[in-house]
Design a protein around this ligand. Structure first.
Ligand SMILES: Cc1cc2nc3c(=O)[nH]c(=O)nc-3n(C[C@H](O)[C@H](O)[C@H](O)COP(=O)(O)O)c2cc1C
Length: 389
């Protein structure tokens, strides 16, 4: 559902804050709604962009979303947990990504991409490679999937290599036309593993105190900034509360955010949870609406860059309320936009009664039920593969 802005230049709407533009670093967004990265497993098996992915993201851009994060995209050849994840560890991915970012931009949205290394949350059966992590502590969830699950502690050479892989992937993404590059340091993946005392037991320069645990992330942000300067905005996604004993809590970010900002982040995307607390990554209905907004607002106290809140925000009205409360400047809607990619434009036009609502069944978390790809129970465009046949 595309809106011709020439026809509705100053449309009165009920959500003036949501529909006010905002700058994140060098990038201007037309509104405050973000599509948070979803690994939908729609890429081709070689990690290139498929027609199905093009359609998925084009629908979100058509629907009015201000910033569409694509991905996640894998930065190193030794890591993945899915067979159809987008990749950015080689130039062969550039033509497909160029097309994807252009499709999003031509529809009036800003294209972003999230960069990932899975660390101990990868699967050797997918990559054929040994798993690496800051410390050789198995992931309690992934180790149940593989009888021979084994993870080894990264050497300093591994750390430097992965750092360079993130920077090289960011450069490729910018070359292909991404305007916002998100470094994934949330949800228990490699950079989260480094940041957290729960998963990082190192005693060298990359472990121990807060700065050491943040060192790899800081080096990556600095490296991206040095290479790309203000050509792109840099977003950092963190789990503001890991919801595991001994894990990160909001107050642990007190001294960290300033460090990240000094290296050049332009936006802080605050999520929650790691694999052991999966219910925090995609919160079920039992946790109620917007259960993590207060975590975003706690981190916002330490931040000067725009903060994005996420988690069970299912309407533009609730997004407006959160921005009005001063708890976040940007609001990410995942399931709500997959259920109806036109939720933003329909809300802008006062057509809320036409919005197809997410029923919070969480069947979109395809990996928890062994399904091959993301599907949605209410959006006929994303049917379960068996139902298509
Ligand atoms: C199918 C699916 C895939 C996801 N993949 C990613 C991902 O690759 N990276 C990430 O940071 N978060 C990922 N998430 C988490 C979402 O970005 C988002 O934080 C989550 O859906 C909560 O937002 P919502 O309540 O608006 O759906 C995924 C969630 C789902 C349901």
């Amino acid at each position: 559902m595309r809106i011709n802005e020439e026809v509705i230049p100053n449309h009165e709407n009920n959500y003036p804050l949501v529909f006010s533009p905002i700058n994140i670093g060098p990038v201007r967004l037309k509104n405050r709604i973000v599509f948070p990265t979803w690994q939908v497993n729609y890429a081709n098996t070689d990690g290139t962009v498929s027609d199905k992915l093009l359609k998925f993201y084009s629908a979100l851009a058509d629907g009015g979303c201000g910033l569409v994060f694509t991905g996640c995209a894998v930065v190193s050849s030794d890591t993945a947990a899915f067979d159809r994840v987008m990749r950015l560890d080689s130039d062969i991915y550039l033509p497909g990504l160029r097309k994807l970012f252009l499709e999003i931009e031509n529809r009036g949205s800003v294209p972003g991409i999230q960069l990932i290394h899975y660390g101990r949350q990868a699967l050797t059966s997918v990559t054929g490679c040994e798993l690496i992590a800051p410390s050789p502590i198995p992931c309690p969830v992934m180790s149940r999937f593989e009888p021979n699950y084994k993870v080894r502690e990264m050497t300093i050479a591994d750390i430097h290599r992965v750092c360079n892989d993130f920077i090289a992937a960011a450069v490729r993404a910018a070359e292909a036309g991404a305007k916002v590059i998100e470094v994934h340091a949330a949800h228990g993946y490699l950079l989260n593993q480094f940041l957290s005392p729960y998963s990082n037991h190192r005693t060298d320069d990359y472990g121990g105190n807060t700065i050491n645990r943040a060192r790899l992330i800081l080096q990556i942000i600095e490296g991206i900034k040095n290479k790309l300067d203000n050509r792109v905005a840099i977003s950092l996604r963190v789990s503001g509360n890991e919801f595991v004993e001994g894990g990160l809590k909001p107050n642990d970010f007190k001294d960290l955010i300033n460090l990240f900002e000094n290296k050049g982040i332009d936006m802080l995307n605050v999520s929650a949870g790691v694999y052991e607390s999966m219910e925090r990554i995609v919160p079920p209905a039992t946790l109620g609406d917007a259960p993590h907004v207060n975590i975003a607002s706690e981190l916002k106290q330490f931040s000067t860059v725009p903060v994005c809140a996420v988690g069970s925000i299912f309407s533009i009205g609730l997004a407006e309320e959160v921005i009005a409360s001063g708890k976040a400047e940007l609001i990410a809607l995942g399931r709500a936009q997959v259920a109806d990619p036109a939720i933003v434009n329909k809300s802008l036009l006062g057509q809320e009664s036409d919005i197809r609502k997410c029923i919070k069944c969480n069947k979109c978390t395809f990996w928890t039920t062994g399904e091959a790809q993301m599907f949605c129970s209410v959006n006929p465009d994303y049917q379960r593969p068996k139902e298509i046949e």
